[in-house]
Ligand binder design. Structure first.
Ligand SMILES: [Zn+2]
Length: 206
């Protein structure tokens, strides 16, 4: 065995190895976290689609009317819709248990907001069902969707609020389709089911 192969590593070699590992970690970590975020965003969109399917089934069975919700919109809508997604489950609480896993954004961890303006409304009375929002990602502390809820916090809090999907939120429309949207691209009319093109938030907010 040669003397060369017996010698240990020099300090420079060890430090170089550490530096290479550190650089690799710096390169790989953001990549892994962005792949993970994209997978969770896809999960959010898919959960919203499921809720949309339940919502449309409920309406088809109730004279084309959307589920009614009042004081606890998330729970009330979830039970009404969940009964169609899990028809074998009898009790409302058990349905809620099943659905509640899918009721918050897997990225932000915050619950979805159901639009109170169209609670119990007939789908026939909704102008453009592909534009009016039924449900979307909400922010901390919000309990239901109103046009101001997405941006009502103080400026500092808005800055502290992550937009869960690369500056976008998941939006389920009344026709059942789901899109990732920037809050500044949404209008008050899309929440209130009226003609109103006022943006919900300005571009600073995104
Ligand atoms: Zn989400």
């Amino acid at each position: 065995m040669s003397a060369h192969r017996l010698r240990g590593f020099t300090l420079i070699e060890i430090l170089s190895a550490f530096a290479i590992v550190a650089i690799l970690a710096l390169l790989i970590f953001p990549l892994v976290s962005s792949v993970r975020n994209r997978a969770l965003s896809a999960e959010c969109v898919s959960d919203a689609r499921q809720i949309g399917i339940g919502m449309r089934m409920y309406a088809a069975d109730h004279n084309n009317e959307l589920p009614k919700h009042s004081y606890s919109p998330r729970q009330e809508a979830a039970i009404a819709i969940g009964r169609y997604l899990f028809p074998d489950i009898e009790s409302g609480d058990d349905v809620l248990d099943q659905v509640s896993e899918n009721l918050s954004c897997p990225v932000s961890g915050w619950g979805y907001g159901f639009n109170t303006f169209i609670s119990g409304k007939s789908i026939n009375a909704i102008g453009d069902t592909s534009k009016v929002i039924y449900m979307c990602d909400l922010y901390s502390g919000g309990r239901w969707l109103d046009a101001h809820v997405l941006t009502w916090k103080t400026k500092d809090l808005i800055k502290a609020t992550p937009k869960p999907h690369e500056h976008q939120i998941t939006v389920l429309y009344v026709d059942g389709h789901v899109e990732l949207e920037k809050v500044s691209d949404l209008t008050r009319g899309q929440v209130r089911n009226v003609e109103d093109d006022t943006p919900i938030g300005d571009p600073d907010y995104d």
